[in-house]
Design a protein around this ligand. Sequence first.
Ligand SMILES: [Zn+2]
Length: 399
Amino acid sequence: MNTAFTDGRVFIGNGKVIEGATVLVENDKIASIQKTNKDLPDDTRIIPIGNDTLFPGFIDCHVHLVMDCSPDPLTSVSGQSDTITVIKSVNNAWQTLKGGVTTVRDMGGMNGIDLDLKQAIETGLIQGPRMRVAGKLICMTGGHGWPIGREADGPDDVRRAAREQIKAGADLIKLMATGGVLTPSVQPGSAQLTYEELKAGVEEAHKAEKKTGTHAMGSDGILNALKAGIDSIEHGIYLTDEIIAIMKEKHVFYIPTIAALFNIETNGVPAGIPAWAVEKSLAVAPHHRNSIKQAHKAGVPIAMGTDAGTPFNFHGKNRIEIPLLVRHGLSPMEALIAATKTASQVLGMENEIGTIEVQKKADLVLVKGNPIDDIDILFKPDVIVQVMKDGQLIEQIAE
Ligand SMILES: [Zn+2]
């Protein structure tokens, strides 16, 4: 069946916004974008855009669908049965899609659940976003994320760990270059996997034509990862001028995941988040804010990622990252591009998704009002009017 979104504002994703446009979807692809709604095929289902705005489906480059957004999610996910994790993950995937996110990059699953979830979505068993998955994150013994990770020590072991993920079906490799906030007794600023270890992991991924991303907060670890040839820096708390220059020159993506720290700070200890996590979060926050502003000013490519699954960082509320990016210096247009076109480039899928262009996949989201003029509308509930993935409309959206 054909579907047309008619007579309204269309955010193309390349910097252009077309008013009074009609987007025709045939099967799973965008067939045309035109200034008239005449000449549509006879049986076309019509969805008037009205006063709302049509966007390319949002893309979140950093989620954990196995994590449940509870106050201490690494402890809860490693303490519950796989069956419960699967049930929660299925719901997390559904919430994400309903929230207007049609593609995610899962940056650390558990026991193969992320890989199976991807398969279940692709075969139509359940509804959820298109997934690109990292499998198990690779960390040093006792390093950040170890409760769900593959611990590896020495370049040979990291190489083996990367090969294991590729063998299992991972689309990318996630390497832990520094400590972090949500694992007790590791420090966000400390380097973890060494340059040699990171290099071995990156090499294996690139040999298999897979991309790499790194959890990297402290400057030493970020530099190790950049020298090892990493493709994206996640979180990036302590960026320096040297780091920013390298990222810009090598076109390394920066995925600041502002929503993760924002939700820890705004909920805090009274909500049950462990005091050590809140303390670490508050300590790094000013550095993070400064890094994002500097990187943006210098022209480092910034993409949307939320770290959804971390405390109160809800699957389905991913879109709050967009106004948060604006609070850190991006214009609304730039933040919306970070959530669409740039995010598609992070995944290497820019020829298929990320912009509303003829022959691209029909991943579309109709958002209430005009977020380009009023970006804070994305903080509100009930602003996602319609979601389409691969030409399939998700009916009866309700949050
Ligand atoms: Zn993460």
